[in-house]
Design a protein around this ligand. Structure first.
Ligand code: CP
Length: 308
């Protein structure tokens, strides 16, 4: 039995296979429509979510399986003080696989240690969001045609943004990627990523404050929102929240093929006028999230079969 806690839980070869499977699912959905008949996915969400929870549920339904779960800690027995270690032992009696989001870093890992079914980390605090990374990798590979040989700008809340932490860890395994880390001083990437991931792996990166300075050199721009729920006080959040706003005027500084990604939800950091720009790929990115989660469920349940 395998769990998914971090994108590094899969080797590059395994990731390639998973992304191939996701592409095959996109092209031939009918082939997979009954692969999970009789199987159940539990979604245990102790934090709000739209995309991750509902795309997991759509993924399992597309595979012919069923779903059960809760969408907030308040509507589960966590409100009465039940631990995730106890909860997962119960869920193991009811479901075949589980996706868990939790505000505490490491909570899905603790659950996985007590689980009799595969546990997928659907986001743990400011730590990791591996299935968003799978979505990002599939989007980049499908739309750019390659994973590697590009300059990517990661912009916004790099301190608390778990999607950025997971994505950097995944991308350093691919060749010739240059990272431009764009953030205000207060929201710089944590030392655990700068030193232990980027520097330790001799990765090329630089840190800048101004988005305008970075835009002309980017092949990809990964925007993120300021993570209000991780701030200790509202005043700091209000000061930071509109630090970056990508609009049509700023986009004139970017190349004609620069792809714009965002894990979503967006607040103000991408103006809605950008949505019609052909470089905006963030809504297509959300669609890729369904295909890659279908591929992940099949893989962890050992039902992936042969990709033709
Ligand atoms: N990208 C993402 O995790 O979105 P949700 O918080 O809506 O799940």
């Amino acid at each position: 039995m395998r769990h998914l806690m971090s994108p590094l839980d899969f080797s590059v070869e395994e990731l390639d296979k998973l992304l191939d499977l996701a592409n095959d699912i996109e092209k031939n959905p009918e082939k997979y429509a009954h692969r999970c008949a009789g199987k159940k996915l539990a979604t245990l969400f102790y934090e709000p979510s739209t995309r991750t929870r509902l795309s997991f549920e759509a993924a399992m339904l597309n595979l012919g399986g069923s779903v059960l779960g809760f969408s907030s800690a308040d509507s589960s027995s966590a409100a009465k003080g039940e631990s995730v270690a106890d909860t997962i032992q119960i869920i193991s009696c009811y479901a075949d696989i589980c996706a868990m989001r939790h505000p505490k870093e490491g909570a899905p890992l603790i659950a996985s240690m007590k689980s009799r079914i595969p546990v997928i980390n659907a986001g743990d605090g400011g730590h990791q969001h591996p299935t968003q990374t799978l979505t990002d990798l599939l989007t980049i590979r499908s739309l750019k045609g390659r994973l590697g040989n590009f300059t990517i700008g990661l912009c916004g809340d790099l301190k608390f943004g778990r999607t950025v932490h997971s994505l950097i860890q995944a991308l350093i395994r691919y060749p010739d990627i240059q990272f431009v880390l764009i953030s205000p001083e207060e929201l710089r990437i944590p030392d655990s990523i700068r030193d232990d991931v980027l520097r330790r792996n001799h990765q090329q990166f630089r840190e800048v404050v101004r988005l305008e300075e970075a835009l002309p050199e980017l092949d990809l721009l990964y925007m993120t929102r300021v993570q209000r729920e991780r701030f200790f006080n509202e005043e700091d959040y209000v000061r930071m929240k509109d630090f970056y706003i990508l609009d049509k005027e700023k986009l004139k500084l970017a190349g004609p093929d620069m792809m714009i990604l965002h894990p979503l939800p967006r607040v103000n950091e991408i103006s809605v006028e950008v949505d019609d720009d052909p470089r905006a790929a963030y809504f297509r990115q959300a669609q890729y999230g369904v295909y890659v989660r279908m591929a992940l469920i099949l893989t962890l349940l050992g039902l992936e079969g042969t990709v033709c």
